[in-house]
Design a protein around this ligand. Structure first.
Ligand SMILES: Cc1cc2nc3c(=O)[nH]c(=O)nc-3n(C[C@H](O)[C@H](O)[C@H](O)COP(=O)(O)OP(=O)(O)OC[C@H]3O[C@@H](n4cnc5c(N)ncnc54)[C@H](O)[C@@H]3O)c2cc1C
Length: 455
């Protein structure tokens, strides 16, 4: 390992990789240190059933322009997510189908849903993306959880179940675990609730044929020997403009550092001098979601042939029966159609429940759930592959770390602040598309610009 550089970047997820590339392109002597023996962090592409599948982040939208630019630069083909046909809604075990994003509901529920969407639109537009803690009424909103917000919005049980399922899928967390202010910020950073949950014109609009995980690999290849994997950073000491970075492989020195890490991982590093109590509490206070992706492979796309989109949403009203393993299911077949796949998300409280069950029981429940939605052919998968991000040491959950009530208005203003020569990146610090791959890139660019302005 090189023992000195102008800038050390800690973490080779998309945020760290883009920051390192920007600095290198400006002629800065930069080293990126990555704990895992692979790059990409919360993006990861693996070959399953002979084709590339993303175990982590996968979808981009037409508004994710940084991701789209990188796809173009690297010649990576993108294609629209399949969503044509009947979509299934499972509401406490009652099945219905619908063709558009909004399910067929009784008139009163439809009216409440429309009002909920309008209220969340009005709320999110009040949040300044660069300073959400300055939102009018920030203190009250931050005392509330998203569950409190849904009561404030006057949702009926059906609409609340739909709202909860959206929150659970987006954050991998329960509405009671997320601050209403943070939620409003997150909506605004992504262009609103509908954009977050929709496929067409939404965050799930397009896929990358060779996998989103390919982007990290391409960025890493450009960095060559400026990137060192298998090197967790344990301790960072800094005096004036000299930083000593202690890793499992030795110590290196630098003038400036970019910590491109999920908040909990940044909090776990030992700092000398210590971070301010506020910054440490902020990083410690984030709560990582629980998300596992479940790939269910079949011999053919039987659901398409039966007129289904392959999309299903499992909503449960508060206090109702035992949760199903999959909260959201979507068609994840390869572009060429050769590897038919339904992708399910095991998230939030139902995800935690099923994570603790034996694999055989889980697989039987997953198959039974899909049979209920798409018919008997769903009962004979070729393979089921689960990837639970809570098992990955350097992520400890996914897809994003969210703020619980109270954190934003106490310490949120410190989120993007540098601490002496230490600068902070990572999707959780993004203003644009916070929580997404696009947000990771935005945060890396911002941190690299901060550093360039100093050098
Ligand atoms: C299941 C799942 C589904 C998702 N779906 C989507 C999606 O469809 N679309 C989308 O846009 N986004 C999605 N996301 C989110 C997206 O993947 C992330 O927002 C993004 O990849 C985060 O990048 P990052 O660089 O900020 O952080 P990370 O990717 O977490 O990178 C941080 C890096 O730091 C390393 N590290 C940690 N601690 C240390 C240390 N002490 N020393 C050295 N290195 C360290 C980690 O190993 C990691 O490589 C999903 C994520 C998951 C997991």
């Amino acid at each position: 390992m090189t023992d000195c550089a102008d800038v050390v970047v800690v973490g080779a997820g998309l945020a760290g990789l883009i920051a390192a590339r920007m600095l290198r392109d400006k002629g800065v002597d930069v080293i990126a240190l990555e704990a895992r023996d692979r790059v990409g962090g919360r993006t990861r592409v693996e070959t399953l059933q002979g084709a590339p599948f993303d175990l982590g982040g996968q979808w981009i939208s037409s508004r994710h322009h940084r991701m789209r630019d990188l796809c173009e630069e690297f010649g990576l083909q993108t294609f629209p997510t399949f969503h044509t046909g009947k979509k299934v809604l499972d509401l406490d075990g009652q099945l219905s189908t619908h063709r558009h994003t909004i399910p067929s509901l009784p008139l009163w529920s439809l009216w409440t849903l429309t009002r909920t969407l309008a209220k969340s639109e009005r709320l999110r537009r009040k949040v300044p993306l660069d300073a959400p803690w300055e939102t009018p009424d920030a203190a009250r909103l931050d005392r509330m959880s998203v569950a409190d917000l849904s009561r404030d919005f006057g949702m009926n049980r059906t609409v609340q179940a739909l709202f909860d399922v959206a929150v659970r899928t987006v954050f991998g967390a329960e509405p009671s675990e997320i601050s209403a202010l943070y939620f409003a910020f997150y909506l605004n950073a992504s262009g609103g609730l509908r954009r977050l949950i929709e496929i067409k014109d939404g965050a799930q609009e397009r896929r990358i044929a060779s996998g989103a995980g390919e982007i990290g690999k391409r960025l890493a290849a450009e960095l060559g020997s400026s990137l060192v994997t298998g090197t967790p950073v344990r301790r960072i000491a800094h005096r004036d403009s000299n930083i000593l970075v202690e890793t499992s492989q030795g110590t290196m020195s630098a003038r400036l550092a970019i910590l491109a890490l999920p908040p909990k991982q940044a909090a776990a590093i030992e700092y000398d001098p210590r971070l301010s109590p506020g910054k440490q509490s902020l990083l410690d206070g984030f709560r990582m979601g629980t998300t596992a992706k479940v790939f269910v492979f079949y011999r053919d796309v039987f659901w398409r042939d039966a007129g289904f989109a392959g999309e299903a949403t499992c909503a449960i009203t508060p206090g109702s029966s035992a949760p199903q393993p999959l909260t959201w299911v979507v068609d994840n077949t390869t572009l060429d159609g050769k590897v038919p796949c339904l992708l399910g998300f095991r998230v939030g409280a139902p995800g935690r429940h099923w994570r603790a069950r034996p694999e055989a029981e889980r697989h039987a429940a997953i198959t039974a759930q899909l049979v209920r939605y798409f018919g008997p052919k769903a009962g004979s998968p070729v393979a089921i592959v689960e990837h639970d991000w809570a098992d990955e040491e350097w992520a400890a959950g996914c897809p994003v770390a969210g703020m619980p009530p109270g954190l934003m208005t106490t310490h949120g203003h410190l989120l993007r602040d540098a601490v002496g020569p230490l600068h902070f990146a990572g999707t959780e610090t993004a203003e644009d598309f916070c929580g997404y791959m696009e947000g990771a890139l935005e945060s890396g660019e911002r941190a690299a610009s901060e550093v360039l302005a100093i050098l």
